[in-house]
Design a binder for this molecule. Structure first.
Ligand code: DLL
Length: 432
């Protein structure tokens, strides 16, 4: 267990003082050691000594994923490579990958923060933790691994994939906690059902899921099927990896590790900061990272913040589950569409499963959206008439919510590709 009330339950004024000191140290570090920040602050006439309060952070420029790419691979490192003990990178599916580094201290801090989040999610040294995130350049596998060892749990570093083997190991090794993406947890749960295995023959108690967006309905489904308590866990490689924020057992928002990060929510169009409670883009500044500090990094993730008291005793601010990404937004026939809106409609309709894929095409000069939705087993063999009615019903509901029409195609149960990592919900053929 790692429960650090000295930090996690710190009073606000004390916390802000600590944040300010660490922010000043971080600004010095990047100004001295990273030519990119040095040049940018000079160009904008920013004197880092003038940052005398947390609110002054607004005087600083944002850092974007493009800035990281332009400095590929090591341009934004703030220490010489010989002090770097670990390198991770994003997959690079949307362009050149971004590369991040960690010093020994960074790894220690990272492990501690993951340990806190595992503890908040119910995991202790008595647990057998199966880590089914990919081990490799992705931060999910190794990040959780070090944190789970830090609390003294028994770690099974199985990595992702080979679902039947995952389940056998889970049964034979008496796994009590599962750590992976929510979509992989769902695939594991469905596979257990198909195998006809009695879930009570497993010892699972907790699940920590993250790395991609998921809904409350999906949480309920996973909790029911696996008979576990499932918590949400958020992070991104540019800032650290997992370990930025995680839910406690109250399961009502993710506590942000504010002694290591300053978070803001901004309007993604005007770039102005938004008050607590308003939905906008999350911006993160690291306070303790040595090898790869980032200043006001624009995450593109949409969320809102709250300072409401939590029954668990942690006083760190909470962020709501990520509601989507600013770059997830599809513009179809001029209308802004988020995949999460479509998911929300589907979840509230009976006889369809939560598995769907959105395909966007251009027919002539006009955008066309097709949503492929898996039927549930119990309706699959019904008459055509019933299926047609369901089809029309979904199309109508989506039109009500989005204001544009789409084509819904009901597909057979289990026909859409399942994911062992992050699910791919959108196929936009217009870009090809
Ligand atoms: O996905 C780090 C991570 C691994 C977090 C495992 C939690 C668990 P990246 O590959 O850089 O890093 O992807 C980061 O994934 O900006 C979000 O858009 C999304 N994301 C991560 N966690 C969540 C979550 C890891 N809990 C990007 N809910 C982020 C929603 C999430 N989206």
């Amino acid at each position: 267990m790692l429960w650090e009330p000295k930090f996690e339950s710190m009073e606000r004024d004390e916390l802000e003082q600590l944040q300010l000191e660490k922010l000043q140290a971080t600004l010095n570090r990047v100004y001295m050691n990273v030519p990119f920040y040095h040049k940018r602050f000079d160009e904008l006439g920013i004197d880092i000594d003038s940052i005398g309060s947390i609110d002054d952070i607004r005087k600083l420029p944002f850092t974007t994923k493009d800035d990281l790419r332009q400095n590929y691979p090591y341009g934004l490192f703030a220490v010489p490579l010989r002090e770097v003990v670990r390198i991770h990178a994003s997959s690079g599916t949307t362009g050149l990958s971004t590369v991040v580094g960690y010093t020994k201290n960074d790894i220690r801090n990272w492990s501690n923060l993951i340990a806190r989040i595992l503890t908040a999610g119910g995991i202790t040294k008595d647990d057998v933790v199966q880590i089914s995130f990919n081990y490799g350049l992705f931060t999910g596998g190794f990040g959780h691994h070090y944190g789970a060892e830090r609390i003294g749990a028994s770690v099974i570093p199985i990595s992702s994939g080979n679902t039947n083997r995952q389940i056998k190991i889970m049964q034979d090794f008496r796994t009590t906690a599962l750590i992976c993406t929510p979509s992989y947890a769902m695939l594991i749960a469905d596979t257990i059902r198909e195998m006809g295995m009695n879930i009570n023959s497993l010892c699972l108690k907790y699940g920590l899921f993250g790395g991609e967006p998921w809904s409350e309905a999906m949480r309920n489904d996973i909790q029911d099927k696996l008979k576990i308590v499932a918590t949400d866990n958020y992070g991104l490689s540019e800032v650290m990896g997992p370990g930025v924020a995680g839910e406690c057992l109250e399961r009502n928002g993710l506590h942000i590790n504010e002694d290591h990060f300053i978070v803001e929510v901004i309007n993604p169009h005007t770039l102005e900061p938004l008050p607590l409670g308003e939905i906008g883009e999350l911006v993160i500044t690291t306070l303790t990272k040595e090898a790869f500090p980032v200043i006001r990094f624009r995450t593109r993730d949409l969320t809102k913040l709250t300072l409401e008291r939590c029954s668990c005793g942690r006083k760190f601010m909470k962020m709501s589950r990520v509601m989507g990404r600013t770059d997830d937004m599809l513009i179809i026939k001029g209308v802004n569409v988020f995949p999460s809106q479509i998911e929300h409609v589907l979840i509230n309709i009976e006889n369809v499963s939560p598995h769907y894929q959105i395909i966007v095409k251009r027919e002539g000069a006009i955008d066309a959206m097709e949503i492929q939705v898996e039927m549930s087993e119990n309706i699959f063999s019904d008459e055509m008439k019933v299926l047609e009615r369901l089809n029309k019903h979904i199309e109508q509901k989506i039109k009500e919510v989005l204001g544009i029409s789409c084509r819904v195609k009901l597909v057979e149960p289990k026909s859409l590709q399942r994911s062992e990592g992050k699910a791919k919900r959108v196929v936009d053929l217009r870009k090809i």
